[in-house]
Write a protein that binds this ligand. Sequence first.
Ligand SMILES: *Cc1c(COP(=O)(O)O)cnc(C)c1O
Length: 446
Amino acid sequence: MKTEFTSKRAPIYADVPDEKWNNWRWQLSHRLNSVEEIEKVLTLTDSERKALSAQGLFRVDITPYYISLINPNDPNDPIRKQVIPTDLEMVPFTAMMEDSLAEDKHSPVPGLVHRYPDRVLMLVTTQCATYCRYCTRSRIVGDPTATFSQTEFEMQIEYLKRTPQVRDVLLSGGDPLVLAPKILEKILKALSEIPHIEVIRIGSRVPVFLPMRVTEELTDMLQKYHPLWINIHVNHPNEISAELADATDKLSKAGIPLGNQSVLMAGVNDCVHTQRALVQKLVQIRVRPYYLYQCDLVEGAGHFRTPVAKGIEIIEGLRGHTSGYAVPQYIIDAPGGGGKIPLQPNYLLSYSDHKVVVRNYEGYVTTYEEPTEYTPHDPKTCAYCQNKRPEPGQSGITGLLDGDKMFIKPEGFDTLHERGGIQHRLKDDAKWQPLGIGSGDPDDNS
Ligand SMILES: *Cc1c(COP(=O)(O)O)cnc(C)c1O
């Protein structure tokens, strides 16, 4: 019943003793980043060689472990595409942006992004174990001189202390799990001492790029800061190795719930069948697929972008076809800072008074009769309704449904529609004369 996951090592590493290979410090200090080093593992294409020799391109660094997962004979290998640059990175595209999620605009203090009512994103380092070619934060990530200072860390903690609406802190970067263990623990400890912070999350690709970093010493430290959740980042079934399975096993045994975030990418995982294999393997290593992201409009990533329809097609091929908990949410992280927006195929076909028409994944169309009488719960006696957490300025559509407000207006709406007001005022004015061609207004009897 159990799938065996395999271990791989590129031939040049055949003689490396296991103690070194399985040591994360050895892996980090033997990362590959130049044409000469990478050519010892695989033959580069002209396009790759050109990009690796170019000035000013986003940082390259690949652990020996991760580069060993690439099939050296396949120029279209899905792992190769994620970490080895090509000259397509230099091609600009329409709508390309440096900070497409407008994170810098949402930062009350450097490194802290407060976009949502109850949670924040805290960028704790600019360093990663290996660099993804499509990095959404390539504007800051990889630059060793652009890391966060002690003063900035203190400002982040101060902000969180005086912002009681924040109950969930998501550590990201860069990759929080490449921080020196003492520094990571200092951050976790400081957060866990803030009374209103209920949960800490870490977003990390270390289990994928450097699974040997997940040592017992690390999990012993992490489990002191429960409730702690971790999202890893796997894009293709070929990344699920024996080493990754071992790392997620250790994290799960430390009581850390694991999720996965993937990015939908042309030529990497834009295939229903690849995605099905991916989510099913993730569940086997006790990782629940969380989000599948549409590729951001970030500089250098244009060649990875797919139509949105591809994402919908993938969800269509997962929902109903496989376990519900293996189906991620497909998300567009809205350009300009609109945040995460979920998309899915339409299952609601039509509705009338008390009846909805729905379809399932097989195309079976059915109706659901709604009750003709419905006695809803009484908000006046509901403790949760009576003690709603305020979401200043962000109650959104729920705020409309709750009756907190009646409408949401686009910026400049009132000023724009002043014109109507001006016209009516003019109409009342005796001096106003129609031009004789009717205004099109049915109330206009002039
Ligand atoms: C993604 C993100 C979060 C977390 O979002 P969830 O949907 O709760 O996982 C929080 N803040 C920012 C700025 C984000 O981009």
